[in-house]
Design a protein around this ligand. Sequence first.
Ligand code: CA
Length: 387
Amino acid sequence: MKITGIMSHVLDCAMPEELGYSQQYYARRTAHLVEVTTDEGLTGWGECFGPGSVALANKGIVERVIAPMAVGMDALDRDVVWHRVYNLLRDHGQKGMPIQALSGVDIALWDIAGKAVGLPVHKLIGGAHRMDVAAYGYGMMLKRESVEDHVARFADEAAAIIGMGFGAAKMKTGLGPREDVRLCEAVAKAVGEARFMVDANHCYTTSDAFYVGQALDELGAYWFEEPVAPEDLEGYRELRAGLKVNISGGEVEFTRWGWRRLLENRGLDIAQPEVCALGGISEYLRVLALAHAHFTPVVNHVWGSAVSVATNLQLLAAMPPIPGGLHPWEPMLEFDTTENRFRDLLLLEPLDIQGQVARNGGRVAIPTGPGLGVEPDRDFIRQYEIA
Ligand code: CA
């Protein structure tokens, strides 16, 4: 089965309201889907991490750099395609956008592999260790409003997320260390017995991260995500050694080689690989094996459209319990509770994550159809496609 074409679709829309995290405010949402066609009529879908102009640049890499290397190859030879592309791009980018672009192509080839044999991706990997997974809701984004308004809104949103049925809620920080501790105190109170997590998107110095992290130790936060810059391996190691709260991160790390350094550094309690960025499903499985070789539990980073969510559900199903037990440590599905029509309305048969969470005690079923188990609606894609 030969690859006959690799196209990508960049979808864009204005969001109902501007939202922010520690690095920037944003008012538009983007999704970057990859479509791989074959001479046997099977089509696979993938997704590349990266919003806005990054998605537009990645589209150029997918269609003008990767497609000429891979068209004509056997669509079932996904690992051969991966290494051909990676080896030819090594001199031009071992991390970042070339690998994000490759990720979407690789995911689409896994979708094709599943469709070719009529099996979901989790069966191709080795089977499902679980057929549903707990979801956590993130929200509590930054806005252009006062600290007082943030505190009141975060308390309301935390309670609302738990009220939707999610077993845990994740908040942003980034107003400044003292202000951020006030936000965390409000959320800790509002979630009651449920878990809460804190995502700094790498806005702190190590000393400021200790200031916030010591408050999180007292408040019983479950994890402290991306406290410092991803390049600051020493900062991560010091924080993990000095704080009780779990240190998490890794969403901006790429490939087995990047993850090797991150894991050997011993700075993470919880690894958060992003399959749509780090190199696709093929590379995710190698990173997962590396993480488990270090006995580091994994909670996938999830961002983007329904294609990304479906991909992650397949991977969460196939993630072995480490170390196992009657009541084993379990991963969770990350779910953005802010408006995202590219997730909620993209598919011919929507996943309806929010409905599942509300009905099924915060749990989401693993899709069982062939490949990723989902099919995008081409009319919807045409409606929002900008490139
Ligand atoms: Ca994050």
